[in-house]
Design a protein. Structure first.
Length: 287
């Protein structure tokens, strides 16, 4: 069984080319997850799983651009249940006039029930397991991201400033906001990297095809910024990966890998970057 959530869209969800921004999708996933866990809570303690979890991992695959409309459908279900964690999957879609499904995004989240008053994870109760099992469609578990060790001599630095509105009621930065932080660091990194190219090459459109984030330690509100380090970790024919980590001193708080695809807005298809663009990527590829 899958849970269906109808998610309203807002004009502010769009980016400069009229597509829903890659970060905003993660908000949709969060809304759908909370709606499912509240609707099908095993008892009156509806918020134990709906709000009493921390996200340990998000993996998001962007399939097709989503443009403004009244709402979009989000299906969600469970792919794995362990002693103290469970994994949820999502598909964001709409249907055309002929009833055909158009998929915009697929994603998974690894979630851990958490006792925020004691700052510790907890096990899933028998009642919660029975409720989650109704939605179980087993899939392969997550593959872990590569270890993240910054190289300050080569990597691009970005100060991550936390706003008060980024923090949830438990004092932790919400999992969606990490996508914003990594986006800010990535845009700044690529802007500096490609600023030396001719205008036509530097203006190449790119879209996010895949975004994976692992959450290691909570990011908290404070006046001092955290440190984000970013680098090119893979270069392909039409795509490349930007890996990054958010640190507090030497302590890793979160890491990510983002796959970017060169994109032709006229054809709405992947496009090969110019030789100069690709050579610059290869030059900055970290082994």
């Amino acid at each position: 069984m899958r849970h269906l959530y109808v998610c309203p869209l807002r004009w502010a969800d769009l980016d400069l080319i009229g597509h829903v921004n890659n970060v905003t999708y993660v908000d949709y996933l969060q809304e759908a997850r909370v709606d499912m866990l509240r609707t099908h809570a095993p008892d009156k303690r509806a918020d134990d799983l709906a709000e009493g979890v921390v996200v340990a991992r998000n993996a998001v695959t962007y399939v097709a651009p989503l443009t403004l409309r009244d709402s979009v459908a989000v299906e969600c279900w469970v792919t794995e249940i362990r002693a103290a964690s469970f994994t949820m999957a999502y598909e964001v879609f709409d249907t055309d006039d002929d009833g055909n499904r158009i998929t915009f995004l697929r994603a998974r989240s690894l979630l851990t029930p958490f006792v925020f008053s004691e700052e510790r994870p907890r096990r899933i109760s028998d009642e919660e397991r029975a409720s989650l099992s109704r939605f179980l469609e087993p899939e392969e578990p997550f593959a872990r991201l590569a270890p993240t060790v910054p190289d300050p001599d080569r990597d691009a630095h970005w100060p991550v400033a936390v706003r008060f509105s980024d923090v949830d009621v438990f004092g932790h930065v919400n999992n969606v906001k990490y996508f914003e932080y990594f986006q800010e660091a990535r845009i700044a990194t690529l802007g500096r990297l490609f600023g030396q190219l001719p205008p036509d090459d530097a203006a190449l459109a790119v879209v996010v095809a895949q975004m994976d984030v692992e959450y290691k330690r909570p990011v908290l509100f404070r006046p001092e910024p955290y440190d984000a380090w970013s680098w090119i970790s893979r270069v392909g024919r039409t795509s490349y990966d930007v890996s990054a980590g958010v640190f507090d001193g030497d302590e890793l708080l979160a890491r990510s890998r983002c796959t970017m695809v060169a994109f032709d807005p006229a054809t709405q298809r992947a496009a090969q970057p110019s030789p100069a663009y690709r050579e610059l990527l290869v030059e900055h590829l970290r082994g």
